[in-house]
Structures are given as structure tokens and as C-alpha cells.
Write a protein that binds this ligand. Structure first.
Ligand SMILES: Nc1ncnc2c1ncn2[C@@H]1O[C@H](COP(=O)(O)OP(=O)(O)O)[C@@H](O)[C@H]1O
Ligand SMILES: [Mg+2]
Length: 261
């Protein structure tokens, strides 16, 4: 469904940040994109949603296809029309508007009957949003704002939802709530590309995952398989002894060790 192939992205015409990234989100799946800060996860999402130009970046190589749409040739405002919706890093709700106005803002392109229907559905799913419908969204807690941001992104009834670190800054209980919400959304038929630093949570929700480091995909596999992977455990799940080495360094180290022994 979504096919990112061999993408290179350059910021300010000089800094090469994505160095040949390829990934796919098959229809109906939740796919995780994991990796440390600065790996290029957000840049990958910007490439998909046409937001590179406003960040002074440019895709210099590769392709991004979504069904029959060539997304590198699609303007940011048209991407929603292709069936893709995004929740950006840091939630970005409209703090001064009410909860209900935030939801309406997510459905401005949709028929009014559908908007009312969807808002009712979200209120049922999140009673707290219904309770606070007339209050400024800025008064919601961090977890509630994340729920609102996700609900708003669903107002345009996307086929593919892109989530940029939805668990960031949330308490463990709320992270679990966000995780089950993502599963629920997916069982409604929406495909999801879930960008996360919280690998434990993401591998629970996603059926497969890509691990990105320094602008490259360094690992790809079924979630279960990655959960068993010693390196993933060490660097991204914090199960094994924590280290300060990068994934690449360990690979080199292991290769060297094999070579020497
Ligand atoms: N607007 C920008 N201008 C220049 N460099 C940027 C910009 N945005 C991100 N970068 C750089 O691109 C790299 C990847 O960033 P990003 O995609 O935000 O990573 P992640 O989301 O994985 O933390 C980082 O080195 C970052 O400094
Ligand atoms: Mg990011």
C-alpha cells in the first residue's frame, strides 16, 4: 500500500539525512519504525506527507508510492485526499480551541453528517473528551491531548495513519492506553505507520518493524523476531545490559570477534 523506496533526503541542500531508506506498510497492518533520536524517523514521515519543502529539505533520490499516488509529486495539502493522515510529534492540538472545535478542524473537508457521526463515535470511545467538549483543548492532560490528536487525525477517515512518537512523555499507564487505541484503530481497517522510540510498546502493537539508525534502515523483521534479537533487546528494549555503543558498532564488534576467534 505504502512503498518508500531508496529515499535520500537533504536538508538545506547540504546535509544528507536519509541515506537510501526503503520501507513498506502493507494494507491493514501496523508497521513500526524504531530508532534513537536524530535517526531520521520524522524526516521519513515528512517525505511521505509532502512536508519536506517547509523544512528546507528535498528528496534527491528514490520514490514514495501510495496505491496509485506518487507522493513525491503530491502537495502536502493533497496528501489527506489520498487517504493519509498524520499525528505530528508533540501532539499539536489547537490549544485555544475547544475539544469539539479541534475535532471539527480535522474534518473540514468531510460532509457535515459524517463529521457529526465521527465526533459522536470518538466521544463514545473517549468519554473524557465528551465531558470536556466545550473546554479549551489546552486544559487537557498530556495523555488526553494525545487521544484528541489521534481522534482529530481520524476525522478525515484515512486509510493510513502516521503517528510520530505518540507515547513520548506519557506515563506507562497512558502508553498502554495509546497502544490499545492503535490496535483498535487498526481493527477498524486503518493501516498504521507507528514511529516510536518506545520499542517495547511499538513491538507489541505492530506486526513488523524497521529499525533506523543514522539515516539508514539497519534491521527489518517480524515484531516477534525482533523482540528475540539480542541487539534490539540491548539497544531498544533496555532488557539486556544497557550500553552506550551504537547498533553499528556492536555489529562491527561482533563481526570482528567472530573473525578473531
Ligand atoms: N529542519 C531541519 N534542518 C536541518 N536538519 C534537520 C532538520 N530537521 C531535522 N534535521 C536533522 O535530520 C536528522 C534526523 O532528524 P529527525 O528526522 O527529526 O530524526 P528523528 O525523528 O528520528 O529524531 C537530525 O540529524 C536532525 O538534526
Ligand atoms: Mg522525530
Amino acid at each position: 500500500m505504502l512503498k518508500v523506496a531508496n529515499i535520500e533526503v537533504v536538508y538545506h541542500s547540504v546535509v544528507l539525512v536519509l541515506k537510501g531508506v526503503s520501507l513498506e506498510v502493507p494494507s491493514g497492518k501496523v508497521v513500526a519504525l524504531l530508532g534513537p533520536n536524530g535517526a531520521g524517523k520524522t524526516t521519513t514521515l515528512r517525505t511521505i506527507t509532502g512536508l519536506l519543502d517547509i523544512h528546507h529539505a528535498q528528496a534527491t533520490k528514490g520514490s514514495v508510492l501510495f496505491g496509485e499516488h506518487d507522493l513525491l509529486q503530491t502537495k502536502a495539502h493533497q496528501v489527506v485526499g489520498c487517504g493519509i493522515s498524520q499525528v505530528m510529534e508533540g501532539r499539536r492540538i489547537l490549544a485555544d480551541l475547544t475539544v469539539e472545535e479541534n475535532l471539527q478542524a480535522g474534518g473540514t473537508m468531510e460532509p457535515r453528517v459524517q463529521v457529526a457521526e465521527d465526533i459522536a463515535k470518538h466521544y463514545e470511545r473517549f468519554p473524557i473528551l465528551a465531558e470536556r467538549r466545550k473546554q479549551p483543548a489546552g486544559y487537557l492532560s498530556g495523555g488526553e491531548q494525545q487521544m484528541l490528536a489521534i481522534a482529530r487525525a481520524l476525522m478525515c477517515r484515512p486509510k493510513l495513519l502516521l503517528l510520530d512518537e505518540p507515547s513520548l512523555g506519557l506515563a506507562p499507564k497512558l502508553v498502554a492506553q495509546v497502544a490499545s487505541l492503535i490496535s483498535e484503530i487498526n481493527s477498524d481497517g486503518v493501516s498504521v505507520l507507528l514511529v516510536e522510540q518506545n520499542a517495547a510498546m511499538a513491538l507489541d502493537v505492530a506486526s513488523e518493524a524497521y529499525v533506523m539508525e543514522n539515516g539508514k534502515i539497519v534491521l527489518h523483521g517480524e515484531s516477534e523476531e525482533l523482540r528475540q534479537d539480542k541487539d534490539v533487546q540491548e539497544f531498544y528494549l533496555g532488557i539486556a545490559k544497557a550500553g552506550t555503543r551504537s547498533y553499528k558498532e556492536v555489529k562491527l564488534y561482533r563481526r570482528l570477534k567472530r573473525w578473531l576467534s
